[in-house]
Ligand binder design. Structure first.
Ligand code: FAD
Length: 489
C-alpha cells in the first residue's frame, strides 16, 4: 500500500504519458487528489523530434525521459506501467495489462490521453516494409534501416553490383513529419555522410517524398507549402504530389496518379508518415456512451472535453473530435490543463469553466539545418528566422534541463559541424519488433505467466525457438548481402 496516499481522497486516473497526460498531471500538483498515471511505456515521448532520433542527431533518452523521474517530486502522483484495454464507465474502473498481468484501478475522475497511432489506410501489411514514426521503437528501427542501407550499398558497390535501390529512400506523407524526415535524409546523404564511404557516392542517393495531396504541408497553407516544396527540391528531394501509394513491398513502392499511370520506385528504405488513427480506446468509450467516432477513430466529446453522460471522464489531445481541432501537441497540453482545472474547481465547489477554447500558437516545421517554416496567426516565416524560432520553442518544450543542454550540444555537432553522434543501431532494433509481432501474445509470450492460465511452456519454448530462428535468418540475409541482391530484381 502506498503510504503517501490519503484514505478517502479523490482519485484521478490519467491514461497515457504523452503531452496531454503529463501537463494534466502536473496541473494537479497542488490539488487535494491522488493521481495515478497509467501508460504503456515508462517514458514521456517528445514525438516532434522522433525524426532526429531516426536520423542519428539525438539519442532516444533525450526525447524520451522517464515519466517516473519527471513526476518524482510530485508527491500526489504515482506512475503505473500498463496498457489500458478496458475502461468500465459505470463501475469507474480502468484495467491495464503488462506482460499478461492485469491491474484494475478505480477512479473518481478520469483523464484519457492515449493519443493516436499510425494508420496505413486499411493496409497494415505495409507496416512490415514501411515503418511509421510514432514511437522510439519506430525511430530506432528506421535509424537502423537508413544507415544500414548505406552500409549495404557500400558492400554491394564494392562487388560491382547495382545499388540504386539501396540508395533510394521514399517517405510517404508530406505533412510536417514527412517533410522533416525527407529533409534530414537528404542532408545526411548530401552533406553528412559524403566523406564516409568509398565505393558509393552518397550524394547520388535519391530521396523521394510522395503524397496523394496536391501540396506539401497542407496545414501550413498554400504559400508556405509552395515555398517548402521549392526548398526541399533545392535540397535534392524529389517531391511527387498527387501520387497515391497502392503497394508497398520489400523491394519498393508503387505510386498511382490521378490519370491512372503508375510509377514503381525500387527502394529498400520506405518510411510511412501518412495517416493517423486515434487510440482504440475511443471504440470502447463510444460503445458505452454512444458518442460517435470520426474516420480517424477520434471520439466526439462535449465542449468541456467530457463524455456524454459521464462528466467525470475527460478525453483530450489526439483522441478527440471537436471543432476540427488539429492533432498537435498544444491541443493536448491545453486540454490536459483544462481538465485538471475543472477537477480542481469541482472539488472546491466552484461553477464549471467556459467550454474548452484552443489557443492556436501556430505551426513550425524544419526543412533542413538553419531552414524552417513557421505559421503564427496571419504571419508566415521561412528560412533562418523560422529556424531560430523552431530552436527556441523546442528548447522550451523539451522536458528536463539536462536534455535541453545535451540536445543543444548535439544540434551544434550536427548543424554547425557535419557529425551525427547517434548512428548506432543494433540488429535487435532493426528486426526485433517484426519478430515480436509474429508471437501470438507479443512480448507476453516470452515470459512465464503466473496470473492467468496463459501460454503453455512448450508453446512458449516453440515460439522462442521460432523467434531465434527468424532472427538468425534475418541476420544471415543481412550478412550475406542477399537482401540487397533480391531487391534489385
Ligand atoms: C513524428 C511526429 C511529429 C510530430 N510533430 C509535431 C510538431 O512538430 N508539433 C506539434 O504540435 N505536434 C506534433 N506532433 C503531434 C503531437 O505529438 C501530438 O499531437 C501529441 O503528442 C498528442 O498528445 P496526446 O497526449 O494526445 O498523445 P501522445 O503524446 O501521443 O501520448 C499518448 C500516450 O498514451 C500512451 N498510450 C497509448 N495507448 C495506451 C493504452 N492503451 N494504455 C496506456 N497508455 C497508452 C502512449 O504510450 C503515450 O504515452 C507530431 C507527432 C508525431 C508522431
Amino acid at each position: 500500500m502506498d503510504e503517501s496516499r490519503k484514505v478517502g481522497r479523490h482519485q484521478v486516473v490519467v491514461i497515457g504519458s504523452g503531452f496531454g497526460a503529463l501537463f494534466g498531471t502536473k496541473a494537479l500538483k497542488r490539488a487535494d487528489v491522488d493521481v495515478t498515471v497509467i501508460a504503456r511505456t515508462g517514458h514521456h515521448l517528445f514525438q516532434p523530434l522522433l525524426y532526429q532520433v531516426a536520423t542519428g542527431i539525438l539519442s532516444e533518452g533525450e526525447i524520451a525521459p522517464s515519466t517516473r523521474e519527471i513526476l518524482a517530486r510530485q508527491r500526489n502522483a504515482r506512475v503505473l506501467l500498463g496498457e489500458v484495454r478496458e475502461i468500465d464507465l459505470d463501475a469507474r474502473t480502468v484495467t491495464s495489462h503488462v506482460l499478461g498481468r492485469a491491474t484494475v484501478t478505480p477512479y473518481d475522475s478520469l483523464i484519457v490521453a492515449a493519443g493516436a497511432g499510425q494508420s496505413y489506410f486499411g493496409h497494415d501489411e505495409y507496416a512490415e516494409y514501411a515503418p511509421g514514426m510514432k514511437s522510439i521503437d519506430d525511430a530506432l528501427e528506421l535509424r537502423g534501416r537508413i544507415f544500414g542501407a548505406f552500409e549495404l550499398a557500400e558492400l554491394g558497390a564494392s562487388r560491382g553490383e547495382n545499388v540504386d535501390h539501396l540508395l533510394t529512400f521514399v517517405v510517404v506523407g508530406a505533412g510536417p513529419t514527412g517533410v522533416e524526415m525527407a529533409g534530414q535524409i537528404a542532408e545526411l546523404a548530401h552533406r553528412t555522410l559524403r566523406r564516409d564511404f568509398h565505393a558509393i557516392n552518397t550524394r547520388q542517393a535519391r530521396v523521394v517524398l510522395v503524397d496523394a495531396a496536391g501540396q506539401v504541408l497542407p496545414p501550413f497553407g498554400a504559400q508556405l507549402g509552395a515555398r517548402t516544396k521549392v526548398a526541399l527540391e533545392k535540397l535534392g528531394v524529389e517531391v511527387l504530389l498527387g501520387g497515391m501509394v497502392t503497394d508497398v513491398s520489400e523491394r519498393g513502392i508503387l505510386v498511382q496518379y490521378k490519370d491512372g499511370h503508375t510509377d514503381w520506385i525500387a527502394a529498400a528504405t520506405k518510411i510511412w508518415a501518412a495517416g493517423v488513427q486515434a487510440s482504440s480506446l475511443t471504440k470502447t468509450l463510444s460503445e458505452q456512451t454512444g458518442a460517435p467516432l470520426d474516420r480517424s477513430g477520434r471520439i466526439r466529446v462535449n465542449p468541456d472535453l467530457t463524455l456524454p453522460g459521464y462528466p467525470e471522464v475527460f478525453v483530450i489531445g489526439d483522441m478527440i473530435d471537436l471543432d476540427h481541432l488539429p492533432g498537435v501537441a498544444q491541443v493536448a497540453i491545453q486540454g490536459g490543463k483544462y481538465a485538471a482545472k475543472e477537477i480542481r474547481r469541482r472539488l472546491a465547489g466552484k461553477p464549471p469553466q467556459k467550454p474548452f477554447h484552443y489557443f492556436d500558437k501556430g505551426d513550425l516545421a524544419t526543412i533542413s539545418r538553419f531552414r524552417a517554416v513557421a505559421r503564427i496567426g496571419r504571419f508566415r516565416l521561412t528560412g533562418f528566422v523560422a529556424w531560430l524560432l523552431w530552436l527556441g520553442v523546442h528548447l522550451v518544450y523539451l522536458t528536463g534541463f539536462k536534455n535541453r543542454f545535451s540536445a543543444l550540444g548535439h544540434w551544434a555537432v550536427s548543424f554547425i559541424g557535419r557529425g551525427r553522434s547517434e548512428r548506432t543501431a543494433t540488429e535487435q532494433q532493426i528486426f526485433g519488433r517484426q519478430a515480436l509481432t509474429r508471437l501470438e501474445g507479443g512480448a507476453a509470450g516470452l515470459v512465464s505467466n503466473d496470473d492467468l492460465a496463459g501460454p503453455d511452456p512448450e508453446a512458449a519454448a516453440r515460439r522462442r525457438a521460432e523467434l531465434e530462428e527468424q532472427a538468425l535468418a534475418e541476420i544471415r540475409l543481412t550478412d550475406s548481402g542477399e537482401r540487397g541482391q533480391r531487391s534489385r530484381t
